[in-house]
Design a binder for this molecule. Structure first.
Ligand SMILES: Cc1ncc(COP(=O)(O)O)c(C=O)c1O
Length: 386
């Protein structure tokens, strides 16, 4: 009998550090500012719609690439928001959260041996997504304090093996919102090297201080080479529903639908029905969401500054990257563990967002998608660090 082992692919990445910190937070009764899930309720309309869908017996498989009414509602909202028409019959694939959307899209478009450009610091799923599809990630650094990239460094990451680039805007963990000129220079490279952009836009409605989200698919020349990834998770505070989608050309969507079908068959049917209600929320809903997140951001920035962290002000999403060297820590993992077990606030070690851990050694990320009271309670604990 040979030895039973897991695959080389599965061995080549570690378990999620973020979800590990969540478990440590629970074990020590710490306030969890590690994982990005809200501790407040989702809109009542969505709860009512989900319950009504179950009562109306929408409890069997939906069409594998998404219920028609939900796809129509997604397309209508995208056109209403960004002015670009999307064909719900051929350009959308509903998935189990944006997590499945990203991996289904990469697996559908990228071959083993191809390269995928990933900006770092990155949302931790992107590395394993590339590895599981057999691709090699090529990392390009976003440099603090503005989290800008060096155009020459980006250009040098592209070559004839490059098949994809992952763009997350607004960005987790940095809060960067990519500007039009940055997106245009990425678009030029995508066109030069025939590359597909996988764009994670899950924080599209959380932007601050005049920054505005621009979907890369709306740039000239990018409509047929972009897979836009989104989900209900963050905009409607339903991370546990696991409903997301891809928007792409009919050709790319065909491939994504096939991979998606064999990965998961489909997302929860009653929650897709509630998703159609979510897509119909009025503009006032998004304005209120944004204003409330701005208030949380400013509160959390004040708390972290007051406790002695160096903060990098985010202009989008709901995380704050900090530098902890001024607090006497030189190891982010040790610092995150100390904060969780001794101070009672969980964060995420910066190194988990980098391919080269040394780039994150003095950084910690805090999420602020919490009630103001939760953030204030975290503040009372954090002030004891010094
Ligand atoms: C950038 C980014 N993409 C995707 C996800 C996961 O999204 P979903 O819950 O829809 O799978 C997260 C969650 O934190 C995220 O920050």
């Amino acid at each position: 009998m040979g030895e039973i082992r897991i695959s080389q692919k599965a061995s080549s990445f570690t378990e999620s550090v973020i979800r590990d910190m969540t478990r440590l937070a629970i074990a020590h009764g710490a306030i969890n500012l590690a994982q990005g899930f809200p501790d407040f309720a989702c809109p009542q309309e969505l709860k009512d719609a989900a319950k009504a869908a179950i009562d109306a017996d929408l409890n069997q498989y939906a069409i594998t690439w998404g219920a028609q009414n939900f796809r129509e509602a997604i397309a209508a909202k995208f056109e209403r928001t960004y002015g670009m028409p999307v064909d719900p019959a051929t350009q959308l694939c509903v998935t189990c959260g944006s997590t499945e959307a990203m991996i289904a899209a990469i697996m559908a478009i990228v071959d083993p041996g191809d390269e995928v450009v990933v900006f770092e610091p990155f949302y931790e799923n992107y590395g394993p997504d590339a590895i599981l599809s057999g691709a090699t990630p090529r990392y390009v650094t976003l440099h603090e304090p503005d989290w800008t990239f060096d155009e020459a460094e980006l250009a040098a990451a592209f070559n004839e093996r490059t098949r994809g680039i992952i763009i997350n805007t607004p960005n987790n963990p940095t809060g960067k919102v990519f500007t039009r000129s940055e997106l245009e220079s990425i678009a030029k490279l995508c066109q030069k090297w025939d590359v597909v952009a996988f764009t994670d836009e899950i924080y599209e409605h959380m932007t601050y201080d005049g920054h505005r989200h621009i979907p890369p698919i709306t740039l000239p020349g990018m409509e047929d080479r972009t897979v836009t990834i989104n989900a209900l998770s963050k905009t409607y505070s339903v991370t546990g529903w696991r409903v997301g989608w891809t928007t792409a050309s009919p050709e790319l969507t065909n491939g994504i639908r096939k991979v998606h079908d064999f990965l998961t068959v489909g997302a929860a049917a009653p929650l897709q029905d509630a998703g159609a209600v979510a897509m119909g929320m009025p503009d006032a809903y998004y304005a209120k969401l944004d204003a409330e997140y701005l208030e949380r951001r400013d509160l959390m920035l004040g708390i972290l500054d007051g406790a002695g962290f160096k903060t990098y002000k985010p202009y989008g999403a709901y995380y704050i990257m900090t530098d902890i060297s001024g607090l006497g820590f030189d190891d982010d993992v040790e610092a995150a563990r100390h904060l969780t077990t001794e101070i009672g606030v969980a964060s995420v070690p910066g190194s988990s967002f980098y391919s080269r851990p040394e780039l994150g050694r003095t950084k910690l990320r805090f999420s602020f998608c919490k009630k103001l009271d939760t953030l204030r309670a975290a503040g009372e604990r954090l002030i004891k660090i010094g």
